[in-house]
Design a protein around this ligand. Structure first.
Ligand SMILES: NC(=O)c1ccc[n+]([C@@H]2O[C@H](COP(=O)([O-])OP(=O)(O)OC[C@H]3O[C@@H](n4cnc5c(N)ncnc54)[C@H](OP(=O)(O)O)[C@@H]3O)[C@@H](O)[C@H]2O)c1
Length: 301
């Protein structure tokens, strides 16, 4: 089959491309910048500009739509990158006669979600459900792996800082899942008829509070650090300042924003059973997962 992947240059996208490379599929990636991805055809285009999608879906059998952001910059708002991009891709798929559409969503999406990230992803799901295409929607919890920006951020921070920040109580639960498992579900769904028009939670076997996540990272890297709880009000002020400074003065996404703070205060948990069974995942503990790539003190750092 010929598959079009959007967001192929990202953390999850690169793992999906790696897994697809071992299968008898042909891959085209939609990218807005020149990309160093090897072994794939590249269509240069911006998902926010429908005109630039012309030809991107020619001769394509299935779309994997991954594009997403965690922080806004300029025209790249949650609504444009999640909702409008999905509208553009669905419309391009309909015009090109592509039937199969696999969508990256997120755990926690719902119509009246407090965070705009979740609301914009919910709106994208609604577009897919009403599209008449043969769709599958995946909703992962936090995804980790060798190249993630979450576990690695705190592991790196703990190398240099005696203190690690915890926003609020740090008690909200997450169900971290390895990127390899997420990618396996996307790749498996392409040809799995039982996944047609279904939505799956993608989450690991454990429900961990943020503090437990930090403790596991520290334990695996053999470090002891103080955890400093930052009151939510203070974190909100910091985030508001970063949201102003980064995009306006530096043209970059801020490292923390108020929408993320909203999500951090909610549990991000789901039921992994359906995806685990259908795609034959073998869940591993968070500790086992990060031991594959975090290097303990004294072992090379
Ligand atoms: N990572 C997680 O824990 C997690 C959890 C749940 C859901 N998700 C979802 O999974 C998806 C992939 O996440 P990720 O962690 O792989 O993110 P990532 O590493 O930041 O990758 C995002 C991808 O989207 C592309 N992109 C962003 N804005 C774009 C635009 N305006 N036009 C074209 N491409 C654009 C990026 O392309 P460039 O290379 O050009 O920037 C990149 O390929 C997202 O939809 C995210 O919301 C992630």
């Amino acid at each position: 089959m010929k598959i079009l992947v959007t967001g192929g240059s990202g953390f999850v996208g690169r793992e999906i491309l790696r897994q697809l490379a071992g299968l008898p599929h042909t891959i085209r990636v939609l990218a807005r910048q020149p990309t160093a991805l090897r072994g794939v055809e590249v269509h240069r285009g911006n998902i926010l500009n429908p005109g630039s999608l012309a030809g991107a879906l020619d001769n394509i059998d299935a779309v994997i739509h991954l594009v997403g952001i965690i922080s806004e910059v300029g025209a790249n708002t949650f609504e444009s990158v999640h909702t409008e991009s999905t509208r553009n891709m669905v419309s391009a798929a309909q015009k090109a006669g592509v039937r199969r559409f696999i969508q990256m969503s997120a755990l926690g999406v719902r119509p009246n979600a407090v965070s705009r990230y979740h609301r914009s992803k919910w709106a994208a799901e609604e577009i897919i459900r009403q599209s008449g295409l043969t769709w599958t929607i995946f909703r992962p919890s936090i995804i980790y792996g060798r190249e993630d920006l979450f576990v690695n951020l705190f592991a790196r921070m703990s190398r240099f800082s005696p203190i690690l920040p915890v926003i609020g109580s740090g008690a909200s639960k997450l169900q971290p899942i390895p990127v390899e498992d997420v990618a396996a579900c996307f790749v498996g769904a392409i040809t799995e008829p039982r996944s047609f028009n279904q939505t799956y939670d993608l989450c690991g076997p454990e429900r961990l509070g943020f503090v437990q996540v930090l403790d596991t990272i520290l334990s695996v890297t053999h470090r002891r650090r103080l955890k400093l709880h930052i009151p939510l009000g203070v974190a909100r002020l910091q985030a508001a300042l970063l949201e102003f400074i980064f995009p306006k003065l530096l043209g970059k996404a801020p490292p923390l924003n108020r929408d993320q703070l909203i999500m951090l205060q909610e549990d991000n948990i789901g039921n992994p059973d359906a995806a685990n069974q259908l795609f034959g995942l073998k869940p591993i503990s968070f500790r086992e997962g990060i031991e594959r790539y975090l290097i303990p003190v004294g072992a090379g750092q």
